[in-house]
Write a protein that binds this ligand. Structure first.
Ligand SMILES: NC(=O)c1ccc[n+]([C@@H]2O[C@H](COP(=O)([O-])OP(=O)(O)OC[C@H]3O[C@@H](n4cnc5c(N)ncnc54)[C@H](OP(=O)(O)O)[C@@H]3O)[C@@H](O)[C@H]2O)c1
Length: 144
């Protein structure tokens, strides 16, 4: 049996693994070039679970970002493909983009024939990372 959790910040993830001692397969959280999940990712390396990146295209906003556009031009890829590549090049990360057209679906799968240069990866790391999109009133305290 594989257990997945969703929207668990670091503290809740630690609680389930360390206090309740329930092993998880994945924690699905919002993760894209404009929102960091570095702490959770670090913790996943020591505790052997995957991070599933939801809204990995920042609900389409990646397409408007100049840095992602410029990087995309270097590889002949779209900003969406660059964003997905940045996510999946990080160990333990899988991404679940939503697409409703065939073109977007094909585009999102076509990301396995290039690799980001270190400088490009770093440039995406350096983008401002405080843009949380999914934040309903019943959300947990993300900082804990
Ligand atoms: N667990 C949770 O709390 C939670 C919360 C939010 C979302 N999710 C899940 O995460 C998944 C995706 O998240 P999301 O829909 O919020 O955001 P997303 O995948 O970041 O963005 C979807 C948007 O990006 C567009 N898009 C997709 N592929 C594209 C491409 N190649 N080029 C340009 N635009 C592209 C889509 O347009 P088109 O539709 O026109 O293709 C749509 O407008 C969904 O399965 C959703 O259920 C989970």
């Amino acid at each position: 049996m594989n257990i997945g959790v969703c929207n668990f910040p670091l503290g809740m993830t630690k609680e389930i693994l360390e206090e309740l001692r329930v092993p998880i397969f994945t924690n699905q959280v919002e993760f894209h070039p404009f929102l960091e999940q570095f702490d959770l990712l670090d913790y996943s390396y020591d505790n052997d679970f995957l991070i599933t990146a939801y809204s990995p295209l920042a609900q389409g906003k990646v397409m408007e970002n100049e840095t992602l556009q410029e990087i995309g031009e270097a590889y002949g890829k779209t900003p969406a493909q660059v964003a997905l590549r940045w996510l999946i090049e990080q160990e333990n990360v899988i991404a679940i983009p939503k697409a409703s057209s065939r073109e977007h679906l094909e585009n999102n799968i076509d990301i396995f024939d290039f690799e980001l240069e270190d400088e490009h990866f770093q440039a995406i790391d350096d983008l401002e990372k405080n843009h949380r999109i999914v934040n309903p009133s019943f959300a947990p305290d993300w900082s804990k």
